[in-house]
Design a binder for this molecule. Structure first.
Ligand SMILES: *Cc1c(COP(=O)(O)O)cnc(C)c1O
Length: 398
């Protein structure tokens, strides 16, 4: 990690979020990175240009975003994509075939991975020949004992979605590397403000920029950060060859969101703590999942590798005389006013959802199935008193 780490040592996270890749525009002095809509770029002689030829291959607004988020992840290279899943698809394409031939090898996928990642691997890549198995990354002895010989990729999230289990990135990366596998960490929930997986030994970081990086529920985007130059070159080749690139306006929106990532994350974390304080003492709640809680699986890993515990909170509802846990969960999810009932996460507004019927419906019947009594919160940055009162009212009203 050459230049970027030097840059990182020179400037703090908040400064890089606002300035990395975003020098004033040399042609006009514009302080805000312009949205470069041009699809093609003039050449002064055949093959002589200023670094841009055609906007799928490279675009100045995209370069600004790629430089900025790479710097935040302490990565030497960053690649922006049209969505998180487009980023993941490109990573799977590169990791499953060294020479562009038929896919081979095996992905070990953390057993409470994001439903869309599970679907992409099991329904799109498995039929093409990429093997996969679900794994429990909280039991490292079992991971080592059950490690399939043909494993080429270990794919994990931490904190996971939706149970917020935390995985020791350093420990699992060492296990994977001893066995020749590449480690991919989906850093969507933590963001580079709270956790930098490459620094902990991971090889590739992926993001749904749709979530905290964008931060305002108004843009779909994806990102890949990597420091290995050969991997970066192969990813860049596929980014251009397969073409899952983001529009310049989308790059602008993510870049604008990233500028306030640090202050937003601080508020997401403190509001989440206020909500957790309510949930742990409320009798309608059976169990609370938040990495800061000492009894939470992976609390030690989170404390070791995260700067704070994030804005996502999940909980299961207790069954009552009248209601099953599932029915109670559905009622709470539909019973709030400030929390909006909706999928997605990571933006300024608070969201509530029922994973078994919504975000994780496609995992039903699989190893990645989630409890039917589970409710997931994406705690936003509204007034914490309003959020606590809103959720308390919904829990009291069952
Ligand atoms: C949303 C999400 C994705 C997929 O990203 P899209 O931008 O929706 O394609 C991947 N991983 C996690 C953890 C997510 O939350």
């Amino acid at each position: 990690m050459g230049d970027v780490e030097n840059d990182a040592l020179r400037h703090g996270f908040e400064t890089r979020a606002i300035h990395a890749g975003q020098d004033p525009d040399p042609s006009s002095g514009a302080v805000v990175t312009p949205i470069s809509l041009s699809t093609t770029f003039a050449q002064s002689d055949v093959g002589v240009h200023q670094g841009y030829e055609y906007s799928r291959s490279g675009n100045p607004t995209r370069t600004a975003l790629e430089t900025c988020v790479a710097s935040l992840e302490l990565a030497d290279h960053g690649l922006a994509f049209a969505s998180g899943l487009a980023a993941e698809d490109t990573v799977l394409s590169v990791l499953s075939s060294r020479d562009g031939g038929a896919p081979s090898g095996r992905v070990l996928l953390a057993n409470d991975a994001y439903g869309g990642t599970f679907r992409l691997i099991s329904k799109v890549w498995a039929p093409r020949g990429l093997a996969w198995s679900p794994v429990d990354l909280t039991d490292l002895d079992a991971l080592v004992a059950g490690w399939p010989d043909d494993t080429t990729v270990l794919w994990l999230e931490t904190p996971t979605n939706p149970l917020l289990t935390c995985v020791d990135i350093e420990a699992v990366s060492a296990i994977a590397h001893e066995r020749g596998a590449t480690v991919v960490v989906d850093n969507t929930f933590a963001t580079p403000y709270l956790q930098q997986p490459l620094r902990l030994g991971a090889d590739i970081v992926v993001h749904s920029a749709t979530k905290y990086l964008g931060g305002h529920s108004d843009v779909v985007g994806g990102f890949v950060a990597v420091s290995d130059g050969t991997l970066a070159e192969r990813l860049r080749f596929t980014q251009n060859a397969a073409g899952a690139v983001p529009a310049p306006f989308d790059c602008y929106l993510v870049l604008r969101g990233v500028k306030t990532l640090a202050v937003r994350m601080d508020r997401h974390c403190s509001n989440a703590r206020a909500i957790v304080d309510l949930l742990v003492r409320h009798p309608a709640v059976e169990r609370v999942f938040y990495p800061q809680l000492p009894d939470h699986p992976g609390h030690a890993a989170a404390a070791k590798q995260m700067a704070d515990y994030g804005g996502m909170v999940s909980f299961t509802m207790a069954a009552t005389d009248r209601l099953s846990g599932e029915d109670a969960a559905r009622r709470v999810a539909a019973g709030t006013e400030v929390f909006t009932l909706a999928e997605s996460l990571g933006a300024v507004e608070s969201l509530i959802e029922h994973p078994a019927a919504m975000t994780h419906a496609s995992a039903a019947g699989s190893a990645l199935e989630v409890p039917a009594s589970l409710v997931r919160l994406s705690v936003g940055i509204e007034s914490s008193a309003d959020l606590v009162a809103d959720l308390e009212q919904a829990l009291d009203d069952l």
